[in-house]
Design a protein around this ligand. Sequence first.
Ligand SMILES: Cc1cc2nc3c(=O)[nH]c(=O)nc-3n(C[C@H](O)[C@H](O)[C@H](O)COP(=O)(O)OP(=O)(O)OC[C@H]3O[C@@H](n4cnc5c(N)ncnc54)[C@H](O)[C@@H]3O)c2cc1C
Length: 406
Amino acid sequence: MAGTTTALVIGGGIAGPVTALALHKAGITPTVFEAYDQAAVDAGAMLTVAPNGLAALGIVGLEEAVQAAGHPLHEMVMEKGSGKKLMSVPALPGLAPSCTILRSELLRVISEGAAKEDIDVQYGKRLVSVDEDATSVTATFSDGTSATGDILVGADGIHSAVRTLIDPAAPGPQYTGLMSFGFGDFAADGTLNDSKPGAIDAMHFAFGKKSFYGYWRQPDGTDAFFSNFPQERPMTLAEARAVPKEEWLAKLRASHVGDKPGERLFAAASPAKMLVAGPMERMPKVPHWYRGRMVLVGDSVHAPSSSSGQGASLAIESAIELAHCLRDVTDVTEAFAAYEKRRRRRVEEISAQAAKTNSGKTNGAAATFVFGLLMPILRRTILVPEKMFGPVHRFRIDWGEVVSAE
Ligand SMILES: Cc1cc2nc3c(=O)[nH]c(=O)nc-3n(C[C@H](O)[C@H](O)[C@H](O)COP(=O)(O)OP(=O)(O)OC[C@H]3O[C@@H](n4cnc5c(N)ncnc54)[C@H](O)[C@@H]3O)c2cc1C
């Protein structure tokens, strides 16, 4: 196969436009195709871009713009439901703090970066099928149009269509047993009404008596909080949103009775300021990351569940690394293989760690009890911030390194 000059990037979320920017930097012309009509449709709530994700954004010149649009997070505090502090995790020495940012703001900054580089982003283009030949790949969209390029990148999220086109037997997302709900000054479309830059001194994560929850003070002085509510029966986002918010809120209030300050926060919460974020899902190991001229990036291939705090950061890293490999390795198959080799182990390790955290969250009181008993030992051994987060947060992609085929 010959070198890559054009790429069809399916998905205009986080991974898609970052892949496009990195491909552009690598001398490859990308076109992004997003299913929705506009970039910020139902854009989600707050997410975290960790130091490793920020550094990867720096490669495409967006680190500072993202930091300016978000809030530095100086400390994470782990607590018991009683409010007793278990451990504190400050930003690691020598690293910029993580950045908490509305997903809509992150999308805006990345989209503006893509526009500045004249990257073609087309909306209302839902991929439905693909045809490949020896030298190209053609994508067909639900509006009947099509586009042809040298390669096709599936940046189409956890419910990826490209993943199934690559491998019809590929696994789908796994439900973690937790439903997620956010509270804050949410607008009617579900976005949080706070894009004013400022610091978030501490984000608290608490193993409540029945449900895991988190809370923090926004820079504008309001409280924001969330709950990961254990529920055995899986539901789609649409099904969860069809349940009246009052009904969910009643369950959450009951589940946080006795938690400090959870009981107070959820008692005072109103349905108007509630976001039903839906089922928490993660991707199990995906056997085939690429086939022929198609390859996966971001949540389509390695969604680690939001417990990792790494979904967006890993998606950004993979987007950059894919372009890095395509820049240097002429043969498409060899470039995809080099990309998978550089990424698979890291993303699977982080995902496995998040799965352990999720099982602690679903086990509620029992997990808190065991965690509390083990705490003195854990604090001296694995719960050392540098050990827990160093390998994840200090990871860097060396864009100057020349990648060679395996
Ligand atoms: C609506 C939404 C809200 C979210 N909210 C949060 C949040 O509050 N907190 C958090 O931590 N993470 C959230 N996430 C997940 C987070 O954005 C991702 O984990 C991470 O950023 C990785 O991004 P990604 O680009 O791989 O996937 P995504 O961000 O999911 O982007 C995938 C994109 O592909 C598009 N797409 C899907 N199928 C097709 C198709 N067939 N053709 C064309 N385009 C297609 C989707 O519309 C979407 O824009 C949310 C994701 C979405 C889609």
